[in-house]
Design a protein around this ligand. Structure first.
Ligand SMILES: [Zn+2]
Length: 291
């Protein structure tokens, strides 16, 4: 799709208006709730074959292994210590909308949405790099394989947040009650599957209105997390005119695979993202330490 359509979409999203499906373009629409979950790839048994003693224990990252498996990449620099006081203080009474964190450290936050693709090699990648990721999951896109995300969660490097039950891209057109059902229902499912209670909500497509904020509050969520950059197959789309990362930016990615990435894999796309981040001298931190 053209960059023009994507940037106009981003601008419209920033204005807070509802975005029509037609405006999304075919690639972005792959994110959409209209898509059916792909069949489980099945070949999971091979994924855990190599010994991986580090995982959640947070052992050292193996620079040689990184360079071998992910050409051009190196381990990320350690994130700075978490701030003593969170730069964004959230309140359950007034869920705040934010798209970056006001900090000066060269840190960005990586968020991955939806859940369509379930690539076992990506679980290994998470263990290899040991960088924190925030997953916003929609039930309709993960329910064919909840276990995949349980395995990701078990790495200890991801937090799981709320992205609705059915991924409606037209949240603002839904009744207040339906919006509440979408968010509160997903809270129940995520707690049932993963034992987690998300506190951040990412509205599908970034589309929301006052009723969405009220629904998030009603479902017990404290923040509405938007984004500043979005990752495509090889490139990032920047909202800022500089086309550079800025400290505290939130980057949006999706669980996508060859069907959505013109043959490239989730791991290849994420490696491309990591190259962009490393090339600009940034590292990745855990947004749950900052908001
Ligand atoms: Zn989404």
């Amino acid at each position: 799709m053209s960059h023009a359509s994507a940037s106009s979409w981003s601008r419209r999203r920033l204005l807070g208006g509802a975005v029509s499906l037609a405006a999304l373009g075919s690639f972005t629409a792959a994110c959409g709730g209209g898509g059916t979950p792909k069949a489980t790839s099945g070949d999971r048994a091979t994924s855990g074959a190599s010994p991986s003693p580090t995982a959640a224990a947070g052992g050292g990252v193996d620079a040689e292994l990184i360079a071998r498996r992910y050409p051009g990449l190196k381990p990320f620099a350690p994130a700075p210590p978490p701030p003593a006081h969170k730069p964004i203080v959230l309140s359950a009474a007034h869920p705040q909308v934010f798209s970056r964190v006001p900090i000066t450290d060269k840190v960005v936050f990586v968020t991955i949405d939806d859940g369509v693709e379930k690539d076992p090699a990506f679980i290994q990648m998470v263990k290899d790099f040991q960088v924190p990721l925030t997953l916003s999951l929609a039930d309709t896109l993960i329910k064919d394989d909840y276990r995949y995300f349980a395995e990701l969660h078990a790495t200890g490097f991801v937090s799981i947040q709320n992205h609705t039950l059915t991924h409606p891209l037209d949240m603002p057109r839904l009744s207040a009650q339906r919006q509440l059902e979408e968010i509160a229902g997903q809270q129940v499912k995520l707690h049932r599957e993963y034992g987690t209670t998300p506190y951040l909500f990412r509205p599908p497509g970034g589309n929301y209105n006052a009723a969405t904020v009220a629904a998030a509050r009603g479902a017990g969520l404290k923040g509405m997390m938007l984004w500043k950059e979005s990752m495509e197959i090889h490139d990032m789309q920047y909202q800022g005119a500089s086309h550079l990362l800025r400290p505290g930016d939130i980057i949006l990615c999706h669980f996508r695979g060859p069907a959505q990435l013109k043959g490239e894999t989730m791991v290849q796309m994420m490696a491309n993202l990591y190259r962009h981040i490393q090339a600009q001298g940034f590292t990745v931190a855990d947004i749950t330490h900052y908001v």
